[in-house]
Design a binder for this molecule. Structure first.
Ligand SMILES: Cc1cc2nc3c(=O)[nH]c(=O)nc-3n(C[C@H](O)[C@H](O)[C@H](O)COP(=O)(O)OP(=O)(O)OC[C@H]3O[C@@H](n4cnc5c(N)ncnc54)[C@H](O)[C@@H]3O)c2cc1C
Length: 430
């Protein structure tokens, strides 16, 4: 069974257990509306536990599902959480107002006087702000760093939610087994987060002590950075994966940017190749040799581990060639590469790709030049002509969004089974 199905199966199982506990051990609410509010509150907490697990960057999950999918799930879970955290207090406050025959305002001020409820209210406000700024129209107006900084307040929200649960009489307080199960879920999520986001990266960076070994311009706006360190043979990185890199002093210590490995890791060095699009990627050209590098990872499921067939088609566009170049080095079997670039001069790493292809007996087709009307390079006719046995191959695609969408559309039209199609979009749902 696929990891994604197992993961969601486990989530559904926990939801079922929580429902069973709620309907068997939770005390009778004073009013049905309060009961609905408590039921929603449990779901809000469950969604938070799920959110923490999804962003914990657990290697086991990330390698199988991929960070792009995990962050997409995280995004949709976040929007669901947004509505549930609004409904939870709405029902509770309304329920108390009806029960005590007082106004909603009166109940709100009463609840704000108790530490547990006040903590819940502040957490609610933080979740609403962070989720509100993640809606597409707001997200587009914020830089990645500003959006990320706002997101960090959600860790304060999680702390306040824990205070809220500790100080409020919760649905499971009276049943020790249910309470133990509930807190075990929280302990799992928080431990996973601390392990994946703090302990593992800190330990890996202390162990490998990465530094810049060379900076090599590949074109006027693309540069490769070679990184060396200790015990790199112990780093479980694979071709097709990426790290989140930090070059302190050259792009601001708070900036951490994802870049794929542009060569298969050989146990002695790592290489990333970056196109200058903004401050952080442009600064890489000026990073001095010897400077310290911090990296989180490896991440991503765009690897040979997901290959299902003997033959492979690798499709690269622009700087999306980076993980494709690494995969060409590592993948076994019969390989065809389609590399789309505006001009042959824009095709960075092309010579390396051709040399590798000669060694591996692979075919590289460079698709350069303007697209003629009616003859799209990744249309079904062209793809079938270039790779007649495409349906028998795994297809790995990485390129600009429009190109990637065109390739995926064509693969659907040609009925290439979904499990054979792997895409790296250079985009996290963030
Ligand atoms: C998994 C993955 C692998 C990538 N591999 C490569 C690669 O091999 N070579 C390459 O040239 N580019 C790669 N990119 C794209 C690269 O990360 C961005 O171009 C770079 O982060 C831009 O940063 P900037 O400050 O220079 O530009 P900015 O103008 O600040 O950012 C441009 C855009 O890049 C994205 N971005 C910026 N910072 C981050 C971040 N910390 N996390 C996620 N997205 C961010 C945002 O969508 C932003 O709008 C990859 C992206 C991802 C998600």
């Amino acid at each position: 069974m696929r990891t994604a199905q197992i993961f969601w199966g486990i989530v559904v199982l926990h939801v079922a257990v929580v429902w069973a506990l709620f309907f068997t051990v939770a005390p009778e609410p004073r009013h049905p509306l309060i009961g609905i509010g408590q039921f929603l509150g449990l779901h809000a907490a469950l969604l938070m536990i799920l959110q923490l697990t999804l962003i914990a960057r657990l290697p086991w999950l990330d390698r199988r599902v991929g960070m792009d999918r995990l962050t997409t799930w995280h995004r949709w879970t976040g929007f669901t959480l947004f509505w549930v955290v609004l409904l939870h207090p709405a029902f509770v406050v309304l329920g108390y107002a009806v029960f005590y025959r007082s106004s909603v305002w009166q109940q709100l001020t009463n609840l704000a006087g108790a530490l547990g409820s006040l903590a819940g209210m502040v957490a609610l406000a933080l979740v609403v702000v962070a989720a509100g700024l993640s809606f597409r129209w707001a997200r587009r107006r914020l830089s990645y760093e500003a959006w990320h900084a706002v997101h960090l307040v959600l860790y304060a929200a999680v702390t306040l939610v824990l205070v809220h649960q500790l100080f409020e009489v919760s649905a499971f307080t009276a049943a020790p087994v249910a309470a133990a199960y509930w807190w075990a879920l929280w302990i799992f999520a928080i431990t996973a987060l601390i392990a994946g986001r703090i302990v593992l990266p800190v330990w890996r960076n202390a162990r490998h002590r990465l530094h810049v070994a060379a900076v090599v311009p590949e074109s006027p706006d693309v540069v490769s950075v070679y990184v060396r360190g200790r015990h790199l043979d112990r780093l479980p990185a694979r071709a097709g994966q990426f790290f989140i890199w930090r070059f302190p002093g050259y792009a601001g210590w708070w900036r951490a940017n994802p870049f794929s490995l542009s060569a298969a890791p050989d146990g002695r060095s790592l290489r990333l190749t970056a196109k200058a699009v903004g401050d952080a990627s442009s600064a890489l050209r000026h990073v001095p040799v010897g400077s310290r590098v911090f990296a989180e990872g490896p991440y991503g499921a765009f690897t040979a581990m997901h290959r299902t067939r003997e033959g492979t088609l690798l499709v690269a566009g622009g700087v999306g060639v980076t993980p494709i170049r690494a995969l060409l080095e590592e993948l076994p079997g019969d390989i065809v590469v389609l590399y789309r670039a505006r001009t042959p001069g824009d095709a960075v790493l092309l010579e390396e790709m051709q040399a590798l292809a000669r060694m591996r007996g692979a075919r590289v087709h460079l698709l350069a030049g303007r697209t003629a009307a009616g003859d799209p390079p990744f249309g079904p006719d062209n793809l079938r002509r270039l790779v007649p046995d495409v349906t028998d191959r795994d297809v790995y695609v990485c390129g600009p969004p429009a190109m990637t969408d065109a390739v995926l559309r064509t693969l659907r039209e040609l009925r290439v089974p979904r499990r054979q199609v792997h895409a790296e979009r250079f985009r996290l749902a963030a």
